[in-house]
Every structure is written in structure tokens, then in C-alpha cells.
Design a protein around this ligand. Structure first.
Ligand SMILES: Nc1ncnc2c1ncn2[C@@H]1O[C@H](COP(=O)(O)OP(=O)(O)OP(=O)(O)O)[C@@H](O)[C@H]1O
Length: 334
């Protein structure tokens, strides 16, 4: 494999007195290639944050092979740290500092020319608010400030863990536009989320994780196509008769309150012809295409999967898990 991020067979188990042994990531694979805006999608507690923290050396993996921009991670991350920007968890800054002062400090500490501060403030849409104190910022503005700090070094790869978390619709939209703009400038982006619509709007590729395992990966359109069952929604003047005729024609029919769902119909004309020839008139005939939400729900289903006899849950993160590598990661509380 060759990519900007390569993860193979990642495993991480947490042990605690209170909760015992908990498998957070269970042989997980991820491949992100240059130029992709890659969605990392999974329900709460499925292992997204643990994967990103392991990749960045914030938690020690039990097994697996990880590479970032060709460097083995996390051991050789410092070699490429200047080319990677990462925001895990929520941003936290000194409230009494302005955004400008915050970024200036980070620029100086990171050996970045100070003129870059104005550029990144502009880039994240804080150009006219940069000299206000951060404590007066909305959560969305703090999130954008976090992105600005990650952009100081002009990263080739940006890792964003749940960037839309806690944001209102306007904030979510701002983050979405920002992510798209960054991708448009050639930055490879890995964005984790449990918000399907966001991933569908922003990302060209997706990896879906469930219970610590990869359950789907690829181009968003290809993942969706794999779940296209050539279904049609049918409304007709005589629905029971329509059901009878379509079943007699060998089609799979599911009955809903005011319509039928007919599966295995690559050409909807088959439905209108079958019904029309018997004097049943079609009122509505619409192909049903899968969206990421239906695929996601099917793949990650709420109930236990027979092949995966283990549950993950929502226990709080262990604060004792200390960073082992000083990468340019903004992983802090709001
Ligand atoms: N430090 C930790 N100690 C113990 N268990 C942990 C720790 N961190 C994560 N876990 C457990 O590992 C599992 C995966 O958690 P993780 O935070 O990686 O999921 P997630 O997909 O990021 O979820 P969310 O969308 O809710 O952030 C959960 O069962 C969680 O309780």
C-alpha cells in the first residue's frame, strides 16, 4: 500500500479496574491517498478517536502498522510533523489572549514566520476578528482558530477529529466551507465524524468503522453503488392489485402504508408496463438510491453482529493516556 496515511491491522485494548478489558480498535485498516478528502465515519464509541490518537502517538497501540507521509508512526512522526496538522478533540485556548497573539506565540515556537499569522487568520475567515480576545469567541470561531493553528506550517495533511461537534448549523457550514477550501488548495484531509450528511457533503472517499473494525471503504459513490438494490417506490390507483401483479412478475415487493417498494428493477419501465398491461395505473414511480445514512445504518446496525461478539460502549476516556510524541496536535478542551 502507498498513501498519505496507511494503517494496517491496528489494535488497541483498554484495561481499567472499573470497566475491565475493552477492545476499542480491532484489526482496523485505513488508506488515505494524496489529495483525498477522506471521511472517517462511525457511530459513537466505534474507535475513531482511538485510531487517530494511536496514529499521532497520543495512545500506544497494541499491534498494527501505521505510516504517515511515508514515516512509520508514531516512532518517526517527528520527521514529518511539520507537514501534518491535526486537531483531536475540542480546541482550548487562553481566553485572555487574542487569536493573533495565540497564533503568534505558536508561530514563534514552531519557527514559522510571523507574517503567516495574518494569512491563516484570513484563510479561516477570522481576518477581521483576530484582535479580539478568544473568550469572546463562539465555539465555531474557536474551532476555526484551532484550524488556523494547524495551518501555520502549511501542512500537506490535515487531520480533523469531529470538527462539527457541538457547532450550530452556521458553525457546521463554516467548517464545511473551510474544509472544502483547504481541499481545493491541495491539502489532503482526513475528517472523522458521526454526522453522515457532513461526510456526504464534504468527502470524496470514506472509511466506515464499526466496533473497531473497518466495514466499508472507498470512493463515496462506489460505496453507495455497492448498496444500490435497484429499488423503486411505486404508488398506484389499486395498491393491493399492484402488489399482486408485481409479485406474480417475480419482483420482490415490500408493502408500506401508501406505497410499495419494489426491488431488483434496473429499469422502472418494467413496473409501469407490468401494471399498465393489467389496467392498474401508476401514480408515482421513483428510483430509490441508497444514501450514506442507509448504508451506514445497515453496516453499523445498533444490534450486536453475529460475527462480532463484542460490544464497545461510551465510557469516558482515560485521562492517564499521556502523549508520547510532541506533534503539532491541538487536542484540548473547550
Ligand atoms: N482511554 C480510554 N480508556 C478506556 N476506554 C477507552 C479509552 N478511550 C476510548 N475508550 C473506549 O474505546 C471505545 C472507542 O472509543 P473512541 O473514543 O475511540 O470512539 P469514537 O468512535 O471516537 O466515539 P465518539 O464518536 O463518541 O467520539 C469506547 O468503548 C471507549 O469507551
Amino acid at each position: 500500500m502507498s498513501g498519505v496515511i496507511e494503517i494496517e491491522g491496528l489494535r488497541k485494548t483498554f484495561h481499567s479496574l472499573r470497566h475491565g478489558r475493552r477492545i476499542a480498535v480491532d484489526g482496523f485498516d485505513l488508506l488515505v491517498e494524496a489529495g483525498q478528502v477522506h471521511g472517517f465515519l462511525g457511530p459513537n464509541g466505534s474507535g475513531k478517536t482511538t485510531t487517530l490518537r494511536a496514529l499521532l502517538g497520543l495512545v500506544r497501540a497494541d499491534a498494527g502498522r501505521m505510516r504517515v507521509l511515508g514515516a512509520d508512526a508514531p516512532e518517526h512522526l517527528p520527521r514529518v510533523a511539520g507537514r501534518v496538522g491535526a486537531i483531536v478533540e475540542s480546541p482550548q485556548f487562553f481566553g485572555n489572549f487574542t487569536a493573533y497573539r495565540t497564533l503568534r506565540l505558536l508561530a514563534v515556537a514552531g519557527g514559522v514566520p510571523v507574517r503567516r499569522v495574518d494569512e491563516v487568520l484570513e484563510q479561516v475567515g477570522l481576518g477581521d476578528r483576530g484582535h479580539e480576545r478568544v473568550k469572546g469567541y463562539s465555539l465555531g470561531m474557536k474551532q476555526r482558530l484551532a484550524v488556523a493553528s494547524a495551518l501555520l506550517k502549511r501542512p500537506e495533511l490535515l487531520i480533523l477529529d469531529e470538527p462539527a461537534n457541538g457547532l450550530d448549523p452556521a458553525g457546521i457550514r463554516e467548517m464545511r466551507d473551510l474544509t472544502r477550501a483547504l481541499a481545493g488548495n491541495g491539502v489532503t484531509v482526513l475528517v472523522s465524524s458521526h454526522i453522515l450528511a457532513e461526510i456526504e457533503l464534504i468527502c470524496d472517499h470514506v472509511t466506515i468503522i464499526s466496533r473497531g473494525r473497518r466495514v466499508a471503504a472507498g470512493r463515496v459513490s462506489e460505496v453507495l453503488a455497492g448498496y444500490d438494490r435497484d429499488e423503486c417506490l411505486v404508488r398506484a390507483d389499486d395498491l393491493p392489485r399492484a402488489e399482486e401483479l408485481l409479485r406474480a412478475a417475480g419482483l420482490a415487493v415490500t408493502v408500506a402504508a401508501d406505497h410499495l417498494l419494489v426491488g431488483g428493477v434496473p429499469d422502472p419501465a418494467l413496473v409501469s408496463r407490468t401494471l399498465g398491461e393489467q389496467g392498474v395505473w401508476v401514480r408515482e414511480l421513483a428510483p430509490v438510491r441508497p444514501d450514506l445514512e442507509s448504508v451506514f445504518l445497515e453496516l453499523t446496525g445498533a444490534g450486536p453482529h453475529p460475527a462480532l461478539p463484542r460490544q464497545v460502549d461510551h465510557a469516558p476516556a482515560d485521562p492517564a493516556a499521556a502523549p508520547v510524541i510532541d506533534l503539532d496536535v491541538r487536542g484540548v478542551e473547550a
